[in-house]
Design a protein around this ligand. Sequence first.
Ligand SMILES: [Zn+2]
Length: 258
Amino acid sequence: MRTKSKIAMFIIGIGLLIFHIDGPVAPADGQSTDTSKTLDAEVQKERDQIGLLAAFALVAETWQHQGQMANRRGHNIAALLIHDFDDTILEFGLNRNFEKNSAIEHAELRLLQKASRRLNKKEYRKLFLNYTLYSSLEPCPMCQGAMSIARIPRLVYGLDDPYFKAIKACYYQKSCPGQWCSSKVDHPLVHLIDRMYLNYKPHEKPGITYFLEQDSVRDKIFDAAKKELFNLKAKYPRNERLLKNAKDFFRNFSRSGN
Ligand SMILES: [Zn+2]
């Protein structure tokens, strides 16, 4: 009996050791990784609208015109990483495929690499526990994989990508460890850009990145988002600081350049 108890204790100990090494990262003390549990749904909705408007506004701010080949940076896609509790914008990312002569210089991947360098080695496994990533376009399979590995707890995106469908496939199949939640923003500009792309697609072969070079898309979606962001007043006091930070981000961004 005593021997059996010792064996049982040994097995439990090994199990705990394995879980400690490879198990899920625990949230920081007193903090949940799921802000939907701590924020009222309507507050969270407004918060996500502000974050997505900021991602759209970043596209407007860094717009590259169709046919602009000289000094071309990349496609008109942008992403932001926003802290769920202190409302800071930790980092942004832009697509830089042409500038870097690389097909993998995507906005989300660049954002994760830039943000990762900001924190020390001890923190890297729980680096983004309290952040939400806002992307102007549904991320591709490569960026979705990177976000899962980096353990991004929340992703919110704008335009659907009917070609890759990476996030929808991941979300519905629940096959992506580390990525707890992803969602679309319920906002008129998001509904409009989805409709515009569905109407554009049958007539234009090149695809979504070409669609994102159309002046009509810049005018009706991205410029409109920037204007709305700057005219917006937070409905909920909890979101006033986030809105202020988003506006300040663009005021500083314009001065510091890109
Ligand atoms: Zn990507």
